[in-house]
Write a protein that binds this ligand. Structure first.
Ligand code: BMP
Length: 244
């Protein structure tokens, strides 16, 4: 099964389109324990989990073993948001390490290019039944300074969307706040690849509108994990963004 199929299956069985960004902050020595406690509470109602440097830096991959175990026990795909963007040998070593420790997919930057950049990591992921998601359009204000740069009279993100299709990766990361961009990307990548949209909640994006425009999954972090009642807030998101 390819990563994109396992994320869809998990989304259906957990009745949720939310990919939980487990970006726990504060004292680094207790982050992993707090993340694991949160995840245990929320695991029944999310489609997948995304970890970022908030958790990966304090104790590395060995540190997120407990998070990986909870994900695996609940058949929840785990995404490492490392925005991979280096030469091939470095990229390949990073994905080998992540995949060997229970990570199911990585986020990579298509700017690195295919030859001698992302080709082997993408190939390796496919061999192992793991996933690669490409950053196509980011959710912060400065995204337009890069992803909208005109290259031969068209914005760069259209070329990045074609890379998602042509490199046959699992999907695209596209800001939930750029509805027109979501529908443009959908036209390019087709139905069989995923669009996963960050920026919902704290950054101002609306998950339901993003889904209407063509998004499959909404990444939500702080709005849920920093809420007074994370489980209730997750349930509210699941009501406002209807599951597939
Ligand atoms: P929050 O819902 O708390 O804003 O978190 C969003 C998460 O998605 C963060 O981990 C952030 O690094 C990531 N992200 C994003 O916000 N915008 C992007 O364009 C790409 C991301 O990976």
């Amino acid at each position: 099964m390819r990563f994109r199929d396992s994320l869809i299956a998990s989304s259906q069985s957990h009745a949720s389109r939310i990919v939980l960004a487990l970006d726990v902050t504060g004292p680094t020595d207790t982050r992993l324990a707090r993340a694991a406690a949160l995840l245990s509470k929320l695991s029944g109602g999310v489609a997948g989990v995304k970890v970022n440097f908030h958790l990966l830096l304090p104790r590395g991959l060995e540190g997120i073993a407990e998070v990986a175990r909870i994900c695996s026990d609940n058949a929840l795909p785990l995404i490492a948001d490392i925005k991979l963007n280096d030469i091939e040998s470095t990229n390949l070593d990073a994905v080998e390490q992540l995949f060997s420790k229970g990570v199911d997919a990585v986020i990579a930057n298509p700017f690195a290019g295919f030859d001698d950049g992302l080709a082997k990591p993408i190939h390796r992921a496919r061999e192992l039944g793991k996933g690669v998601l490409l950053l196509v359009y980011m959710s912060h204000a400065g995204a337009k300074e890069g992803y909208s740069l005109k290259v031969e009279r068209e914005p760069l993100y259209l070329e990045f969307a074609r890379r998602v299709r042509d490199w046959d990766v699992d999907g695209a990361i596209v800001s939930s706040k750029s509805l027109e961009t979501i529908s443009q990307v959908r036209k390019i990548i087709g139905r069989e690849r995923l669009i996963i949209s960050p920026g919902v909640g704290t950054q101002g994006g609306d998950g339901a509108k993003a889904v209407k425009a063509g998004t499959d999954f909404a990444i939500v972090g702080r709005s849920i994990i920093d809420a007074a009642e994370p489980l209730k807030t997750l349930q509210d998101f699941n009501r406002s963004i209807p599951p597939p």
